[in-house]
Ligand binder design. Structure first.
Ligand code: PRX
Length: 661
């Protein structure tokens, strides 16, 4: 959404109250109750986090709750806690929950399975022994290249049990992107599945791993789970090991390590404003504390809920709301492998009906896909179990919001549009679904213990209704603790812009009711279907092509994906602009980064709009695409005629991608 659009939305926004039936079962049941608890949590954050900590199992608990302040802080320093023990053992050891289903697995391919907390407990301990027997230890990093599978959860929980830092890499990433993540995290082992079903095709993940590991020395073990048993899977003698064979031989008892609450637990790469992805480090215990609290209060997750979170394990959303938050609450969650529109458009509704899902968590891009499929389709399914639809990752536009509430939710469900980042390890903004009125398009209110502000460039709060930088003033347990191997980048990316605050990189507005509206990034990051891509990363891929002299990538609004990346390139004199070259460039970006980064259009231009110091002004390219002209200040341009030329050229030399627009 453009800023002006959002501001007019805020002015007209109507509140929608949660239905009474929902309010009755939720943890926080009124605006006054939210406000009282929120104010208390800001004036006494230690008391709030102690209350959360009391609901978890500790191996050793010290007095101290919060030590230091950003960027050097700790939660429960010296206290010892194990994430896996809280997510699995607690429920497996309780006779009332040991036989409860922890995870239902469903695939687009048609197969389905389930695992109880008791079974998960046994498998996780076995796999922890497998890791230990290979010599892996607390603090070592392993890369996990798997789709949503029960085995993926076993692997990750086993790492958390031992303090082995896992890095999940989205299975859509290319061999080059995977290699970069393996190398820059110093991974000692890779754990993968041999293949994944995706829209009727098989993605050969093990082959991608083999290509990623060409020339890489540090990886001594590759553990392969044969998800597709009859898929031909070459195994390298001495390096590659079969998951099932290892599990068969493994001992079923492995105690949970006593880890400091601030020890690193997971590492997840995300795009920043430079070409190189950042390895964000989260503390294991801190992540547990925070995600338990977000999942409990923002999803209102209750023991009898059937909850489906469609996020892929390659993205942090699954770790926040399923792997750690969901399992710590003892939830029953559905894991789904494949595309949400395969074998046909009814797949999402079919699964909701089959399991009587009452809480669904997905991405705005998926909700917009449902809108596109239309109302008739919804009539073929029983969706009456639904109570809550949540989303994260990009703006949920009011049109989609109203449509899903009316058509899918028959006007009686709660919609919770949450805002979070890989770095915040959770969702500092969201609704509390039984307590806060919904405003279509807004991201709700600050979570307990989180002090969010909208400020000017000097960090002074701006009045309500005025756009500014979204910042967080205080520490919370899921805030990123470091960028792997690059403390200086951690400090400069997040703590150097606004004095005394964590800088989110987003702009936002707070309205007079205290609801926040996130307007978008203020840096060079685009968000395609919820995948965060650095425009620099795409530009450096394009520039490596011999034809390309300069490249600039900007985001452009798209009905389904939210945003698509659009590339502008200038060419080396001996190359010809045309569809063939455009396709070559698209393919290059796909193979360097992943298919989700494929440019929606490639424009061949004579030159770029630049400042006198030679920086490409991407804002102007964005505006020309959207409005056909540039508004605002153009005085900084080195060449005053460039804009007119560009506007003309855009029509003449563009190559649009039918697949991706
Ligand atoms: O720009 C914001 C956008 O997504 C960014 C974070 O992306 P990522 O780290 O991939 O998210 C992981 C989610 C746990 C933010 O800086 N964003 C996220 N949620 C929303 C959003 N933009 C608008 N509305 C949202 N609800």
């Amino acid at each position: 959404m453009a800023e002006t659009e959002t501001l007019s939305l805020i002015a007209q926004s109507a509140k929608v109250s949660p239905p009474d039936a929902y309010v009755r079962t939720s943890y926080i049941r009124s605006w006054d109750a939210y406000q009282a608890k929120y104010e208390q949590s800001i004036s006494h954050p230690e008391a709030f986090w102690r209350e959360i900590a009391d609901e978890l199992r500790w191996q050793q608990r010290e007095e101290a709750v919060i030590q230091g302040q950003m960027p050097d802080f700790a939660f429960f320093p010296g206290s010892r806690i194990n994430v896996c023990e809280n997510c699995v053992d607690r429920h497996a050891e309780n006779p009332a929950t040991t036989n409860k289903v922890a995870l239902f697995f469903e695939s687009e391919h048609g197969d389905a399975r389930a695992v109880t907390y008791g079974q998960l407990h046994r498998d996780v301990q076995k796999f922890a022994n497998v890791l230990q027997d290979l010599g892996l230890q607390q603090g070592d990093v392993v890369s996990v290249y798997m789709q949503n599978l029960i085995e993926t959860y076993v692997v990750l929980l086993a790492c958390l049990r031992l303090g082995i830092v896992y890095n999940t890499v989205f299975a859509g990433f290319s061999p080059e992107a995977l290699r970069e993540r393996i190398v820059s995290s110093n991974a000692k082992a890779v754990i993968c599945s041999n293949g994944s079903y995706r829209r009727g095709n098989i993605l050969r993940l093990k082959e991608t791993v083999d290509r990623a590991l060409e020339g890489v020395d540090g990886v001594h073990h590759v553990i392969v789970y044969r998800r597709i048993p009859d898929l031909d899977t070459p195994m390298q003698e001495g390096r590659d090991l079969d998951y099932e064979a290892l599990m068969k031989a493994a001992n079923a008892r492995c105690p949970a390590a006593a880890l400091d609450c601030n020890d690193p637990g997971l590492l997840i790469f995300t795009s920043g404003t430079s070409g190189k992805p950042k390895g964000i480090i989260h503390a294991g215990g801190g992540f547990l504390l925070g995600t338990y609290a977000y999942t409990k209060y923002q999803l209102d997750l209750q023991p009898n809920d059937v909850y489906w979170n469609t996020a892929d394990i390659g993205w942090l959303t699954s770790h926040i709301f399923v792997l750690v938050g969901g399992l710590a609450l003892g939830a029953t969650t559905i894991l789904y492998e494949g595309a949400l529109d395969h074998p046909d458009c009814g797949q999402v509704y079919r699964i909701i009906e089959r399991y009587a899902v009452n809480k669904l968590f997905s991405a705005p891009t998926a909700y917009r896909m449902l809108v596109k499929f239309g109302e008739e389709l919804t009539k073929q399914f029983d969706l009456s179990s639904l109570q809550l639809l949540a989303s994260v990752g990009e703006p949920l536009n009011p049109e989609a919001w109203h449509w899903i509430r009316r058509v899918v939710g028959k006007d009686r469900i709660v919609i919770n549009n949450t805002w979070g980042q890989t770095e915040t390890g959770g969702t500092p903004l969201a609704s509390l679904p039984g307590a806060v009125d919904m405003k279509p398009g807004s991201c709700g209110v600050p979570f307990f213990g989180h002090q969010l502000e909208v400020t000017d460039v000097e960090g002074r709060p701006v009045p309500d209704g005025t756009p500014g930088y979204l910042v967080i003033r205080n520490v919370f347990p899921t805030l990123a603790r470091d960028v792997y191997g690059d403390r200086a980048r951690y400090l400069s990316s997040y703590f150097s812009q606004i004095p005394g605050a964590y800088f989110t990189g987003d702009s936002a507005v707070r309205d007079e009711d205290g609801h926040f509206w996130v307007l978008g990034r203020v840096d060079d990051v685009v968000n395609v279907s919820g995948h965060r891509i650095s425009t620099m990363e795409m530009e450096s891929s394009l520039i490596q092509h011999p034809a390309v002299v300069e490249a600039a990538v900007v985001g452009h609004p798209d009905e389904i994906k939210g945003t698509v990346p659009i590339a502008f390139v200038t060419l080396e004199a001996s190359y010809q602009a045309g569809d063939e070259l455009a396709e070559e460039l698209r393919k290059k970006v796909e193979s360097d980064i992943g298919s989700f980064a494929r440019p929606g259009a490639v424009y061949f231009v004579e030159s770029m709009p630049k400042t006198r110091s030679g920086k490409i002004i991407r804002r102007m390219l964005r505006e020309i695409l959207r409005e056909g002209k540039v508004q605002g200040d153009t005085t900084g341009l080195e060449d005053n005629d460039i804009l007119d030329r560009l506007i003309q050229e855009l029509g003449a030399f563009g190559s649009r991608d039918e697949k991706n627009m």
